[in-house]
Design a protein around this ligand. Sequence first.
Ligand code: XIL
Length: 331
Amino acid sequence: SSAVQPLHEAFSDDFLVGAAVNPRTLVGSADLLTLHFNCITSENEMKFERIHPQEQTYMFEEADLLVQFAREHGLKMRGHTLVWHNQTPDWLFERPGGGLADKWTLYARLKEHIDTVVGRYKNDVFCWDVVNEAVADEGAELLRDSKWLRIAGDEFIAKAFEFAHEAAPGALLFYNDYNESHPVKREKIVTLVKSLQARGVPIHGIGLQAHWQLRSPSLDDIRAAIERYASLGLKLHVTELDLSVFEWDDRRTDLRSPTAEMAELQEQRYEQIFRLFREYREVIECVTFWGIADDYTWLDHFPVRGRKNWPFLFDEHHQPKPAFWKVVNGI
Ligand code: XIL
């Protein structure tokens, strides 16, 4: 109805409210997007394999489309992502004769990539997820195994931030990760970020992906993570928020709609986490959902292929869910 208060207006004194978009949702959800959100992130279009699939080939068309939309509608834009172990083409790590490239070749390619991509969007993208998911979930190792690590050692992280800063000195540069509220991983992320700060690496913030379920992580763990990251003197962005109706080990595939219990829990949880985010408005600058409405979410294919999920504040018909009203009014 016309009386709906825009989500971003409800938080105009607190933080930006964003959504991840792609060229399809940009068209299919344009009305919701421009009414309720004031920031977008490219869901896949700026990832390495999409924007730079071969050494001599850049494909800017889709990313440009999103940037153009943001410009036309006065939305801020986050860039996602420059260095990741996924959705990155093999050529980047290879040498012509076969085998892995040496680290100097990797750095030269990375610098060229960052100069080109970050430079191209420097007037439109205010913030970059420079390094995504580099910290290991399990075990004693700080960093996850990847071709980045095998070729260059842990120095690739600092290099990426330095290159990004050179390409766009005004951009905010973020380290972004998931399981960010888990106490063990949280401390690893803190260790990594502190070591970057100690070396004078240009890093301005931490991204909490916030791919959460209805019962986990606990609100206490989320609060502890926010406190701990904020203590480093950095900005925080919630970068990929969604609340899956399935707990992680729930592999059911037979639901056609969320159960009443799921809907109820999701409502309460959305209310609680937005109340928490608002408490930390001094450090949280942006809260971005990893999608717009329940008709499309990456969770429809992850972690179970082809299983529908309903993680957002707007339903499959783009109507506000009860959770929306809780978030907007219930504070
Ligand atoms: C996901 C996209 O949503 C999917 O479309 C794609 O197939 C895989 O990547 N963490 C991230 C995001 O940082 O880039 C991921 O996006 C979701 C998990």
